[in-house]
Design a protein around this ligand. Structure first.
Ligand code: T3D
Length: 263
């Protein structure tokens, strides 16, 4: 029986998702993309899951598109890459960015092409010391997709983003941290405990407020200060009506840790 290309289990309020095509460095074929879309859609709807942990099986995180699947074939016409990107990659980025709960990505090894940009679409990205990030697209004559041209300039500024995408060079985890591309680097042996630990901790936090923070961050760079201040006021109104806020303040006054239920 074929091995599932996406492994998924619920644990401690966290959706643990693993890209699982290790023989081809977890590169994406259509089946893996559609399975991940399906899982992300289930996780979005499941209120018992309050954080997501995403990683890769084996020595890589994800080498982007499976190039054997997307290779031009003699005599079989032009591959419609626009349709492939719209159907296989764009929905993944939107699902991660719109996920109403935090997504922690643990980059266990190389993350190339769509694999790099999938990682960078997550909310908190940590990486193993030997991991690396490559905007590999240009090396095969393609342009960055999976949100890279949107995400990278916002993370590292346009000068660094241009160099990363035009040169397609390998960026070490240490350099990625220095650039502000990722949050933390740790030894591979500690990656899972660190990454899953972060996700499990986030799963005990005020989930609705976390989702509002994600939304505020998502629009801040296109809003004026006035618009952003107004949105903060509006969302504070929403957060201030939650049971989690009531619990947070009560716990503070009673000098005990809060118990948030995500509502
Ligand atoms: O089609 C569309 O929808 C368009 C969208 C495109 C989105 C994209 O992601 S385009 C970018 C695609 N990805 C790449 O160009 C990266 C290709 N891979 C590499 O450059 C290197 O493999 C890495 C730098 C990622 C890792 O290098 P290394 O030396 O650690 O490993 P390796 O020996 O190159 O690869 C190990 C195996 O994985 C090897 O198979 P083998 O020889 O052991 O049987 C290799 O062929 C396979 N592999 C690695 N990447 C891919 C892959 N097989 C298929 N597709 C891959 N992307």
């Amino acid at each position: 029986m074929a091995q599932a290309s996406i492994l998924y289990q619920a644990q401690d309020g966290v959706a643990r998702i693993t890209l699982n095509r290790p023989d081809v460095l977890n590169s994406f074929d259509g089946t893996m993309s559609r399975s991940l879309q399906q899982v992300l859609s289930e996780v979005t709807r499941d209120e018992t899951l309050r954080a997501v942990y995403l990683t890769g099986a084996g020595r890589a995180f994800c080498a982007g598109q499976d190039l054997a699947e997307a290779a031009p074939r003699e005599g079989s016409g032009i591959v419609d890459f626009s349709a492939r990107v719209r159907n296989l990659y764009n929905p993944l980025v939107l699902a991660l960015r719109r996920m109403p709960k935090p997504v922690v990505c643990a980059v266990n090894g190389v993350a190339a092409g769509a694999g790099a940009n999938l990682a960078l679409a997550c909310d908190i990205v940590i990486a193993a010391e030997a991991a690396a990030f490559l905007q590999a697209f240009v090396k095969i004559g393609l342009v960055p997709d999976t949100g890279g041209t949107w995400t990278l300039p916002r993370l590292v500024g346009s000068a660094q983003a241009a160099a990363l995408m035009l040169l397609g060079e390998r960026v070490s985890a240490a350099r990625a941290l220095e650039l502000g591309l990722i949050y933390q680097v740790c030894p591979l042996a500690e990656l899972e405990a660190t990454g899953f630990g972060l996700a499990a901790q986030l799963a005990t936090q005020p989930t609705y407020a976390l989702s509002l923070i994600k939304q505020l961050l998502a629009v801040s760079s296109r809003n004026s200060l006035e618009q952003q201040l107004e949105l903060e006021a509006e969302y504070q109104g929403l957060a201030g009506r939650t049971a989690d806020y009531a619990e947070g303040v009560r716990a503070f006054l009673e000098k005990r840790p809060p118990i948030f239920h995500g509502k």
